[in-house]
Each structure stands twice: as structure tokens, then as C-alpha cells.
Write a protein that binds this ligand. Structure first.
Ligand SMILES: C[S@@+](CC[C@H](N)C(=O)[O-])C[C@H]1O[C@@H](n2cnc3c(N)ncnc32)[C@H](O)[C@@H]1O
Length: 395
């Protein structure tokens, strides 16, 4: 491969302690690897999201020279790789450029593993991994210091087999480890990149074909045809912040006719019922899509006229996904401990309950009993997500 560089007490008591605990430390739900990876593997959310994205893909009409996508938080790339499978099936001969933002080195490592086969099935693929902020999603940092410090790398994959691609990308882990080093923000406690990084990956044997669409440092004159923001934020963050800091800069980066699909958890499901057993006053999802639309209109002002914001009814916007379980596992004499652990984990993960608060209730086994009660009541565990779309009008 070639590389070029330039035991619960009363709900109220628990709630008070919890509020104090979460004021002290900002909670970063996406940092808990164990919970995230267990959730991904025990529930079918990621494939439900890819199916939902597929409904939007039918509206895409690619134009030369490429179809361009942005993933606003790649995570372990389960959603992204499924979405690309769908797109590669729909548009087998269209060059696809995908920019995937991710802050976590662990996710970059796992995500790369999921992407190797995409280069075989769809050789005209350019994958760009970056830790740049949403406002810089088009790979041109507005901040001069960031632009000067940019760590921009190119990886040209040699050969034509996924075996070789995997080996080549694995050998690049030190490069990613360097590019994805983080520090903790003194203000928010969030991880921040130490150096702004962009890594562009494509097949060397398709370099000439892809030449016009391979992003290079400096001015970019392209926009995105599709943006996916799947679970991109902490649910309890304000609508204003979500609209101003995440949604607005992303929709401004849409090409004419481009679409942005946003997916967030919305609760009112058995998983929230599990949570309410211990934290009866908890409101895990205080910001719904209508509030985000309202704030977005305020943030965009006159610019809002360029965008179509589809405010759909709950019937259309909300979709369900479930925890995997065998039919024989639920409703019998007692549910297996591993299923109960998985259900508890998924419930606290999706409802974004801070680790310190969880510790307060898991000292005895009552949390598993409460989980079992809810699973038996509903014949399993399911969750609700809401999806909403913003598209840019053609000029
Ligand atoms: C909850 S995960 C969702 C991942 C994926 N979209 C999915 O649906 O599975 C949110 C992702 O955004 C990433 N992320 C959070 N803050 C970030 C930041 N400041 N810069 C880049 N990535 C970030 C996290 O590491 C995580 O992978």
C-alpha cells in the first residue's frame, strides 16, 4: 500500500443524588465502550436505522462526478457499512465519496474493519475519516490554527482483495492512533482532538478514475448529497445547541436536492419503563424533533427558505427496534441472566443514564427483577426512535 502525506432507595432520593453527581462530572455516554458494543450486538437498532436510511436513498439522483455522503458520527460503522451496501447495490457504477466523522480511536479501528469489503465490491469508493468539527465537515477548517495544524494523510490500497486491504489498514493503526489522540475539554469534559486529522482512503488501481473526486487539502467546491446523523448527541442537550452547533452547519453543507436524515431516541417504550422503576421522575428525551425544527428555523433565519423541513406525524416519524431474544426465552418460568443483563444494559445505555447513577442501584439484584417484570409484561424489550428529514431545495 502506498501512502502520501502532506440496591435502590426511593426514586426521589436516588434522583437527588444523581443530579448532584451529574453536575460534578459531565456524562459521556458514547465513551462507555462496554455498554455501546453490547447494545449494538444485542439489539437491532443499527439495521433498523440502515433500513430507514434506505427509504431516503430512493430519492437520491446522483450526478457526475460522484455521490457524496457524510456520516455525522461513524461509531463502529455498523450503520455506515449497511448504508453503503444498500447504495452500492442501487448505484453499482457511481463513484461514492463518504466522509465519516469520528472522535474515538477505538471506533475508527473497529469501523475500518467493517469497511474493507466495501472497497472490493465497489472499487470506486473514497472513504475519508476525520475528527474535524461539524462546522468543518467539508474538510476546510475555518479556524486558521486548525488549518495550519492539519494532519492530512492519503492511503492508497494496493491489490484487489479484502484480505490485503485489511492487512494494509491494520498496519496503519499507529497513524490513526497519532491522528486520533484526544484531550479532555476543561469546559465540558468532552474529548477534543489534539490534532485535526483527515485520512483519505481509496484503491490505488482506481486513482485515475477517482482523481477528480478525491478530496485534497485546501478549497473544496463540493457539497453533500446525503448526510446521516444517527444518534449524534446527548439526548439531554438543549434543542438550541443541537440546532445551532450540529444541524445548521450540516444542512448548510447539503448540495441542491441533498437530504439530511436525523435519528434520535424518543422513549415512551418498555426500555424507559425499566428506567422509571428506579428513577420515576427521569425525563430521558426532553427534546423532540418539533423543538429541533423550531430552533433550526430560528438559527437559520432567512436562510431557512432554502430548506424543506418535513414535520411528520408520530405514525410516520417513529419506528421501533428490539432486543434480540428467542421466543422461548421470554414468558417462561424465569428469563436467563444474560438476557436480563443485556436488557438492563440496553435500557440504561439508550436512556443515557450516567455510570455513577447506575452504580447506586445495582448493589442488589432488584434491577434484574425489575427488568424481568418489564420484559414479561411486553413479551420482550423494544425501543422507539424518531427520524426526520431536512432537504435543500434545488436552486
Ligand atoms: C452514539 S454514537 C452513534 C454512532 C453511529 N452513528 C450509530 O448510530 O451507531 C455517536 C458517535 O459520535 C462520536 N462523537 C461524539 N462526539 C464527537 C466529536 N466531538 N467528534 C467526532 N465524533 C464524535 C462518538 O464517538 C460516537 O461514535
Amino acid at each position: 500500500m502506498a501512502r502520501t502525506t502532506k440496591g435502590p432507595s426511593s426514586g426521589k432520593a436516588v434522583s437527588k443524588n444523581a443530579a448532584a453527581a451529574s453536575q460534578k462530572t459531565e456524562f459521556r455516554f458514547y465513551d462507555n465502550r462496554q455498554n455501546y458494543l453490547s447494545f449494538i450486538n444485542t439489539c437491532n437498532e443499527k439495521s433498523a436505522i440502515a433500513k430507514r436510511a434506505g427509504k431516503e436513498f430512493q430519492h437520491l439522483r446522483p450526478v457526475a462526478p460522484a455521490l457524496r455522503l457524510y456520516d455525522a458520527g461513524m461509531g463502529d460503522a455498523t450503520v455506515l457499512s449497511d448504508c453503503l451496501r444498500d447504495l452500492h447495490h442501487r448505484f453499482p457504477t457511481v463513484p461514492v465519496v463518504v466522509v465519516a466523522k469520528e472522535i474515538s480511536m477505538e471506533d475508527v479501528r473497529i469501523g475500518l474493519d467493517k469497511m474493507v469489503d466495501r472497497f472490493c465490491e465497489h472499487p470506486a469508493t473514497v472513504l475519508v475519516l476525520t475528527n474535524l468539527n461539524y462546522a468543518d465537515c467539508r474538510l476546510m477548517p475555518s479556524n486558521v490554527a486548525s488549518a495550519n495544524a492539519m494532519n492530512w494523510q492519503e492511503i492508497k490500497l494496493e491489490g484487489s482483495m479484502s484480505y490485503g486491504y485489511k492487512q494494509q489498514l491494520e498496519s496503519m493503526h499507529p497513524l490513526f492512533a497519532h491522528g486520533w489522540e484526544t484531550q479532555t475539554s476543561k469546559v465540558s469534559g468532552n474529548p477534543l482532538f489534539k490534532r485535526p486529522s483527515v485520512v483519505v482512503i481509496y484503491r490505488q488501481d482506481h486513482q485515475i478514475l477517482l482523481d477528480a473526486v478525491i478530496p485534497r487539502p485546501g478549497m473544496q467546491n463540493w457539497y453533500f448529497d446525503f448526510i446521516l446523523a444517527s444518534q449524534p448527541w446527548r439526548a439531554r442537550t438543549s434543542a438550541r445547541f443541537k440546532a445551532e452547533k450540529i444541524v445548521a452547519p450540516l444542512v448548510r453543507s447539503l448540495a441542491p436536492g441533498g437530504r439530511m436524515l436525523i435519528i434520535q431516541s424518543c422513549g415512551k417504550d418498555p426500555a424507559e419503563e425499566v428506567i422509571k422503576e428506579f428513577w420515576p421522575h427521569e425525563e430521558p428525551f426532553p427534546v423532540n424533533r418539533h423543538e429541533i425544527f423550531a430552533e433550526l428555523r430560528a438559527v437559520l433565519g432567512r436562510e431557512a427558505r432554502h430548506f424543506k423541513m418535513r414535520e411528520e406525524s408520530d405514525d410516520k416519524a417513529i419506528f421501533k427496534y428490539r432486543m434480540h431474544a428467542l421466543p422461548s426465552e421470554i414468558g417462561g418460568a424465569s428469563i436467563g441472566t444474560s438476557t436480563l443483563f443485556a436488557a438492563w444494559n440496553a435500557s440504561v445505555y439508550v436512556n443515557q443514564i450516567e455510570d455513577q447513577r447506575i452504580e447506586q442501584v445495582i448493589n442488589d439484584g432488584t434491577y434484574l427483577k425489575a427488568t424481568e417484570k418489564v420484559l414479561n409484561k411486553h413479551g420482550g424489550l423494544h425501543f422507539n426512535d424518531e427520524a426526520f428529514v431536512i432537504s435543500r431545495y434545488h436552486d
